[in-house]
Design a protein around this ligand. Sequence first.
Ligand code: ASP
Ligand code: MG
Length: 416
Amino acid sequence: MAIIVHKYGGTSMGSVERITNVAKRVAKWARAGYKIVVVPSAMSGETNRLLGLANQINSNPDPRDLDMIASTGEQVSVGLLTLAIKAQGIDAIGYSGWQVPIKTDDAYTKARIESIDSERILDDLNNGKVVVITGFQGVDDKQNITTLGRGGSDTSAVAVAAAVNADECLIYTDVDGVYTTDPRVVDSAKRLDSITFEEMLEMASLGSKVLQIRSVEFAGKYKVKTRVLSSLTDPLMPLEEEMNSGTLITFEEKNNMEKAVISGIAFQRDEAKITLKSVNDTPGIAARILKPIAEHKIDVDMIIQNQSFDNKTDFTFTVPRHDLTKALAVIEEHVKPLVGVVEVTSNSKVSKVSVVGVGMRSHVGLASLMFETLAEENINIQLISTSEIKISVLIDEKYMEVAVRSLHKAFELDKN
Ligand code: ASP
Ligand code: MG
């Protein structure tokens, strides 16, 4: 019988009552004959609470200690859920990441999964047990507990699904799928029945919080059939119906004339822009500016170098807003000695808005529709970047919601 991995987020695990509902749902699948592996997150708010405690003791804590602390949230969830599944009359066994083991590198608080030993899991499944495994964590070569970064349970689930060669990975969450944009910003946002893996990757990296981006990368790399669906429905709803609900991440572009050219509008509120004015336009200048930034683990997103004038050019890039102060300090200390004294300006009140769709490959005129729409709203575009399947603009943060709403309408995403 097919192996199915279920992942439940913090909200779904938020109380004893909700955990009981998860157990009922899992028991329903197990009774139907499926081999089930469950990967729960910590109960909602728990990871924040644990990290908060750590911070009260030391505002600059050792990341190894942080992982020791934060990993316990999921361990509690696994214990409680295992008990709850057994209470439904189904045999179950719980494991922490290190017991499986889920091997990671040693980058505390943002470790990457390197391998998963599927032997124990498969044995238990073959013996009729539901296997419950902690999300968000693993163990490095030296037996240190590591965590995978916030939202990492999604990645654990998809990685486990790949390791046991599961037929499907179901990500149960507090929304009922992936939407054309955030329904809190646009009430006419529509749930998508399916989205291609590439679009999902863009949506996740462009700020859609539905899935941790690394989980999408994993799904793509190992071709894990992944579905995002609601955990807040009746746990005893018919299996057939549940199996077809939510949003399926697909690997092929359907040759479907009906499919919209654009799948969604993504946005990132908290961006910041940095400009180095009149730097010398010589080979190596971009590397000299961006290498120290990268070495300080700051993610650079959009990068624009202007046409040069008298061998001088303006060099602009964006970073996450919470990294702006750090980035400016790195420029002072490490970039200026390499590029000479330049004027540096920054703006911490910018947001990025993107339209995403694989249909861009075969359609023209989408960029102009986007720019015209923004122009009609009198929104100034500060930076533009594109890929094969997305166009992003950087704008003043105060126009972000207007931009998202008007683009959603212009691209007819509010129509079925
Ligand atoms: N509990 C972790 C977090 O809050 C991991 C997860 O929920 O995916 O980030
Ligand atoms: Mg999550």
